[in-house]
Design a protein around this ligand. Structure first.
Ligand code: BG6
Ligand code: MG
Length: 216
């Protein structure tokens, strides 16, 4: 039976949440209010547009469509400045080991991310060649927890959804994987990712035996 593996990007492969946070915080401060790390948790796995909607709700700010669009662009431009400086040192621990393990087993790998910046980030950190398919914010119409992003990835890999394994750090992402009938693996706090089929704090905890078990 052919298996397929799908990785989320932000918080699974690289810790870009801190850059998203700094860019959103700068905008919030410009608009005259604070944006905390705790509030940033709500932004994980959530589309850029929805993040801005939440940010403006936090700041109790009404915006015209024109202002809204301008702030979306401004936040992304600030975020891209951080991304421009990224290199392989920002890959999260043991991600390359797991990618290499799967490659050696000839298991097809896809990216399933809400980000519209996914491809340049993978390029910057040098991991792009591992991915047979990149499905990101540019390819989807429905946000996680809708399963669309992962179902497109499964189709691209030519693997049945129930034979796909998803690595996710966001609650909405685990729900999306479950909604797609895939095996969901939470990367992060098990107390937060309670709906995941399996949980690891990070990839250093994931043994080759566990990965072999998923392939069996
Ligand atoms: C997700 C992040 O991967 O991508 C979210 O977890 C982010 O925080 C979303 O808002 C969209 O990213 P981008 O790069 O298109 O603004
Ligand atoms: Mg994520």
């Amino acid at each position: 039976m052919k298996k397929g593996f799908i990785f989320d990007l932000d918080g699974v492969i690289v810790d870009t949440a801190k850059y998203h946070y700094l860019a959103w915080k700068k905008l919030a401060n410009e608009l005259g209010f604070e944006f905390t790390l705790e509030q940033n948790e709500l932004f994980k796995g959530v589309s850029r547009k929805r993040c801005l909607e939440i940010l403006l709700e936090i700041g109790n700010i009404q915006a015209s469509q024109e202002q809204f669009d301008r702030w979306m662009i401004e936040k992304n431009e600030d975020y891209l400045e951080y991304i421009a400086k990224m290199d392989a040192s920002e890959i999260l621990p043991d991600v390359p080991r797991v990618l290499e393990f799967l490659k050696n087993k000839k298991v097809p790998i896809a990216l399933g991310s809400a980000s519209k910046n996914a491809k340049p980030i993978l390029e910057k950190v040098g991991l792009l060649p591992y991915f047979e398919s990149i499905v990101d914010g540019n390819n989807v119409t429905k946000a996680k927890p809708d399963p669309e992003v992962f179902l497109i990835a499964a189709t691209n890999l030519q693997v049945a959804p129930q034979d796909c394994v998803v690595f996710e750090d966001a609650v909405a992402g685990i729900q999306a994987a479950n909604n797609a009938q895939m095996t969901s693996i939470g990367i992060g706090d098990a107390n937060t990712l309670t709906e995941a089929n399996y949980n690891f704090n990070d990839f250093t905890e994931m043994t080759d035996d566990f990965l072999n078990g998923l392939l069996a």
